[in-house]
Structure formats: C-alpha cells, structure tokens
Write a protein that binds this ligand. Structure first.
Ligand code: G3I
Length: 343
C-alpha cells in the first residue's frame, strides 16, 4: 500500500468509531459528552466497573465524593481522598469531570447544621468551602454543579439551611465565589422534576433567568431526569424547556438520568425504558446548546434507587452483572444516527 494511503487508513481508524467503540466515542462524534455518576468506593474495589466506566463514558460526576459531608467533615478539616481518586481516574482515561455539588441542602455535616453560626460566619464558611474545592481542582474539573435543588415543588425558591442562614442572594454569591476561584470553569445550576412543563420547570427558569439578568456567572443548567415510565415528561415539553433555557444564553445538560422500574423488571417495562432514554437523548442532540447527557450511575448494582424506592430499580444502562440492557442498544443507535447526520 502507498505510504500516504497507510497514513490515511491509520487516521480513519483513530477518528472513526469502530463497531466496538464505546458510547463515549459515538457521543463525541455526535458533538456531546456522555457521562455517568461514579461511586468511588466501587471504582476502588471493582475492576470490571472501572473498566466499564473507562470504555463507555467521557464525563464523570462524583455521586457522593465531593459532597459537603464527605469532603469537609470537620470545620478545619477537608478530606479529598475519594475526590482525588476520581479526578486521577478521569485524567488517566481522558474524561471530563463535573464537580458535584457546592451548595445543596442535603448531606451537610453536623458541625455545620448544629453550629449556630451568624449570617456573616455562614457566608465565610461557604465561601471558603467553595473556593477550597474549586481552587484545588482548577483546570482539572471542567464544570461544577454550583447549586442544586434550590427550587421547591411549587416553583418557589426552596426554604433551606442556606437560604435561611445567608438570605436569598446565597445562590448569586456561590456562583461569584466559584467563578473567582476558576474563571474558566463551566458553572451549572442543577435540579430535578423540572424537565418538562409545570410550576417547577417555570420556577427553575425564573431562578436562572434572574441570575443571568443580574450578570451572575452562570453558564449552564442541568435537568436531572430522575423519572419512571409513569411520569417521564413528553418530548415536546422537554424540547420547549431546553429551548427557552438556551434562549437565555445558557448551555443545557441532561445531568442525572435514570428510569426506575418495578423489579424484577418486565420485558415490556425494559422496552418502555429504552424508549424514554432514546427520546430524551434525541431531544438533547437536536438542541445545539445541549452539551452533555449523563446517567446517574452505570450498573443497576450500584444505583441509589433501590435504597430510596424499595421495590424499584433496574434504572440504568447496564444490569447488576454489568451487561448492557435493551436501553443500551437504543441509546447506541441514536448516537450512531446523530453522528451520521452530524449536528
Ligand atoms: O458513606 C456513608 C457510610 O459511611 C455509612 O455507613 C452509610 C450508612 O447509611 O451511609 C453512607 O452514606 C450514604 C451515601 O449515599 C453514600 O453511599 C448515605 O446514607 C446516602 O443517603 C447517600 O445517598 C445519596 C443521596 O444523593 C444523598 O442525598 C445517593 O447515593 C446519591 O445517588 C444521591 O444523589 C442525588 C444527587 O446528589 C442530587 N440529585 C438527586 C440524586 C438522587 O437523590
């Protein structure tokens, strides 16, 4: 073969996803990141799980490893053991990291919740917390869920430890502090239950629009998409929602998708699940500002669902044994087709 033909053949092999390519390669060719939440304890102990992560995903979010209670267990002590392990793994496998989560009302340590701090003290604590994390991983963590779940089910701002302790501008402050610590990082607001139409979706829209209008450095919105076949939003509502967020100048992300089923899962439900993932991914791929699609976990073995919703599970792309489920093939087909028509 002519040497130039050899070089071209080699280049094709490098750039074109092969039949055995993981979803990450297909997603990259389609113009989005394909992500998952990572259980770092499993990452450290289960080689098959680590292998699956590296093969299929190019974006990882620590499921718990960067949460306040894990990373900042005492006022004067941080513990980055798990967070560092995840970031190192991601770097070794050319994955982006989405830091999760800087301001949230859950998984807060006792020293903080029971500390009786003044407003100024709480501001100082939160600023130090945010800037310690963001500075540590500057240039290594590409995006941060700066704030999560700050909107209640009625669409009104949620009354939380942070809103009570600091006041309504706590969100704006958090984004500004994160931006100071890493001006290059993509800063997101992340919430559940507001993917389609309704009061909560409108509340999320209002809160991020208000931050934009104030000139706060917010760059993206994550719609979590924890759903079941009974309550998944219609595609047209998700599409309209992504569209109006994009019109604010914000990127969007499907940030924590899973589709819980009664277990053991029936074939009919596994097929419904495949359709819901497929349709959600299609809507994301059709919206140029939708930058990533992440599932909240990889195998059903490590999913949070069975603990929180007894009798439910089977929510992810891979079964407890790590084998792909019907949903995997349907996601794969959508990514292949998107690559072919290149956005
Ligand atoms: O790490 C401790 C362990 O030391 C202890 O022995 C054990 C006893 O219960 O608890 C362990 O902590 C658990 C932690 O997950 C790590 O496994 C907590 O109890 C448990 O509540 C916690 O659940 C996490 C939940 O957030 C906390 O609210 C789930 O794994 C995690 O999937 C879930 O993730 C959230 C996102 O952050 C935000 N969006 C919604 C999503 C689902 O709820």
């Amino acid at each position: 073969m002519h040497p130039r033909a050899l070089v071209m053949a080699a280049a094709l092999l490098i750039t074109l996803p092969t039949a055995a390519a993981g979803l990450r390669d297909l997603a990259q060719a389609a113009g989005i990141h394909f992500g998952t939440a990572v259980n770092v304890e499993a990452l450290n102990t289960d080689a098959a799980y680590a292998h699956l992560l590296a093969r299929e995903f190019n974006l990882v979010t620590p499921e718990n490893a960067m949460k306040f209670t894990v990373v900042h267990p005492e006022r004067e002590r941080y513990d980055f053991t798990q967070a560092d392990a995840l970031v190192a793994f991601a770097e070794a496998h050319a994955m982006q990291v989405n830091g999760h989560v800087l301001v949230w009302h859950q998984q807060l340590p006792d020293w903080l919740m029971q500390g009786q701090f003044s407003q100024d003290e709480l501001k100082a604590i939160l600023r130090e917390h945010i800037q310690t994390l963001v500075t540590r991983y500057r240039g290594r963590v590409a995006s941060w869920d700066v704030a999560a779940e700050a909107v209640g089910e009625d669409g009104q701002p949620r009354d939380t430890f942070w809103s009570r302790g600091i006041g309504p501008d706590y969100l704006a402050l958090a984004f500004r502090w994160a931006h100071e610590a890493d001006p290059q990082a993509h800063l997101r607001y992340n919430d559940y239950g507001g993917e389609g139409a309704g009061a909560k979706a409108d509340g999320i829209y209002r809160i991020v629009a208000d931050l934009r209008w104030q000139g706060v450095p917010i760059h993206g919105v994550g719609l979590q998409m924890h759903v079941s076949p009974d309550d998944a939003p219609p595609s047209k509502d998700l599409r309209a929602n992504l569209q109006r967020l994009a019109a604010l100048g914000l990127a969007t992300h499907i940030s924590e998708m899973d589709v819980m089923l009664p277990v053991p899962a029936s074939r009919a439900n596994l097929n419904k699940q495949a359709v819901i993932y497929r349709d959600t991914l299609k809507v994301c791929l059709a919206q140029p500002q939708c930058r990533s699609f992440s599932t909240w976990g990889t195998t059903d073995r490590y999913s949070w669902i069975p603990e929180y919703f007894p009798g439910k599970g089977a929510a992810l792309l891979f079964g407890e044994d790590g084998q792909p489920k019907p949903v995997y093939e349907s996601v794969r087909r959508v990514l292949r087709a998107a690559r072919a028509s290149k956005r």
